[in-house]
Ligand binder design. Structure first.
Ligand code: RFL
Ligand code: PHB
Length: 390
């Protein structure tokens, strides 16, 4: 088999890259380790930046998003027993975010790929990358016990944090920057109306809490938990009780509880691998970087990487210029580090750390108070949250 770009991973990064390349007339094949239903069952991100929505529009997969997505003009910060609204639309001259689940984005992209008759190889085992330091890279995989090989011009590693692409690079060629946080997020999804119109990010002495949603009838809630915690320790009642303890009176009164339909624990991590290009292999999305979910940036960073990469490849094929691919890593990392900084900072002001003493708690409170009362601080938060320009 031969293609122009072999894409590893059918998460949002790989699927969106596939559609963008297709729109530019560049052939591609996607190899995915899991099956379609498994990929669609992973509950993850919910907040899309305007740039992400714009890219989905560009590839013609935004119709359902515009019908079902919820446009949010602001968020609420809860601390010191009260809630404070940040009007991001006002602070950014009209920018907003859209609440639309990553699972739905993934489904829309998969459906569009099927309609275009483009190939995704699901259940591709033992994917391996070869000769990406040459002009003739190859990718091998096993499907139903048979080994296949794809010859290509480029490989795009969109296979997430635990993928094979980054692992295929020689250790001396890659530099890792990392911070592991001493807590995780316990999240549940429930068929209940959201407690509030907008997202509530709460700093509480018992730990962080987040009230999010997927629709007017489906809510997503998170509470900070310890790293050694397990979902078996969290029957639904206990989760709701803990969430209530971390919210203000009015929110508690409005909160509608119900059985969870999904429950999971995610550790929090900041991680960047540099560079993001190795000869004819490009890394994009979680394969290259991880942010703690507090800033809602992971999926959005995956899409900005893919934007830079697809325009670089388009330039390569249509103008036979390698300027774009040569600059891919630098361009992508410039934006990645700003999102890393924002996500780290949001995490640091909203969570209880094991060493959060009375002094640090007062400092967090002062910072949050400043954030909601200073126009400059509100603007800085807002322009990062809605997404920095590409
Ligand atoms: P993904 O989604 O992990 O997809 C990678 C795909 O590659 C496949 N794969 C392989 N395929 C072939 N061979 C191999 N050897 C392979 N190894 C792996 C995997 O099966 C998978 O299908 O990476 P991608 O595409 O880079 O997308 C990144 C996003 O998924 C991620 O950044 C976000 O989910 C992060 N995130 C959030 N991001 C936001 O922008 N806004 C949010 O509100 C938000 N909330 C979150 C989040 C992540 C969370 N968790 C659980 C990590 C909330 C949570 C709780
Ligand atoms: C979510 O809805 O899953 C979500 C929203 C905002 C975040 C993280 C996750 O910052």
């Amino acid at each position: 088999m031969r293609t122009q770009v072999a894409i590893i991973g059918a998460g949002p990064a790989g699927l969106l890259l596939g559609q963008l390349l297709h729109a530019y007339g560049i052939e591609n094949i996607i190899l995915e380790r899991k099956d379609r239903d498994y990929v669609l069952a992973r509950i993850r991100a919910g907040v899309l930046e305007q740039g992400t929505v714009g890219l989905l529009e560009e590839v013609g997969v935004a119709a359902r998003l515009h019908r079902e997505g919820l446009v949010h003009d602001g968020i609420e910060l809860a601390f010191g027993g009260a809630r404070h609204r940040i009007d991001m639309k006002q602070a950014t001259g009209g920018k907003t975010v859209t609440i639309y689940g990553q699972t739905e984005v993934t489904r829309d992209l998969m459906d569009a790929r099927d309609r275009a008759g483009l190939k995704i190889v699901y259940d591709a085992d033992n994917v391996s990358l070869h000769d990406f330091d040459s002009y003739k890279p190859r990718v091998r995989y096993v499907k139903d016990g048979v080994t296949h090989e794809i010859a290509c011009d480029f490989i795009s590693g969109c296979d997430g944090f635990h993928g094979v692409s980054r692992e295929s690079i020689k250790a001396e060629a890659i530099k890792i920057f990392e911070r592991v946080y001493p807590f995780g997020w316990l999240g549940i999804l429930s068929e209940t109306p959201p407690v509030s119109e907008e997202l509530i990010y709460a700093n509480h002495e018992r730990g962080f809490a987040l009230c999010s949603m997927r629709s007017h009838t489906r809510s997503r809630y998170y509470v900070q938990c310890t790293l050694d915690d397990h979902i078996d320790n969290w029957p639904d009642n206990k989760f709701w009780d803990e969430l209530k303890r971390r919210l203000d009176r009015e929110a508690v009164d409005r909160l509608v509880t119900g059985p969870s339909i999904e429950k999971s624990i995610a550790p929090l991590r900041s991680f960047v691998a540099e560079p993001m290009r190795f000869g004819r292999l490009f890394l994009a999305g979680d394969a290259a970087h991880i942010v703690p979910p507090t800033g809602a940036k992971g999926l959005n960073l995956a899409t900005s990487d893919v934007h830079y990469l697809s325009t670089a490849l388009r330039e390569f094929y249509s103008e036979t210029s390698s300027a774009g691919i040569d600059d891919y890593s630098r361009r992508a990392l410039t934006r990645v580090w700003k999102a890393e900084r924002f996500s780290w900072w949001m995490t640091s002001i909203l969570h209880r750390f094991p060493d959060t003493d009375a002094f640090s708690a007062r400092i967090q409170n002062a910072e949050l108070d400043y954030l909601v009362s200073s126009k400059a601080a509100t603007t800085a938060l807002s322009e990062n949250y809605v997404g920095l320009p590409y």
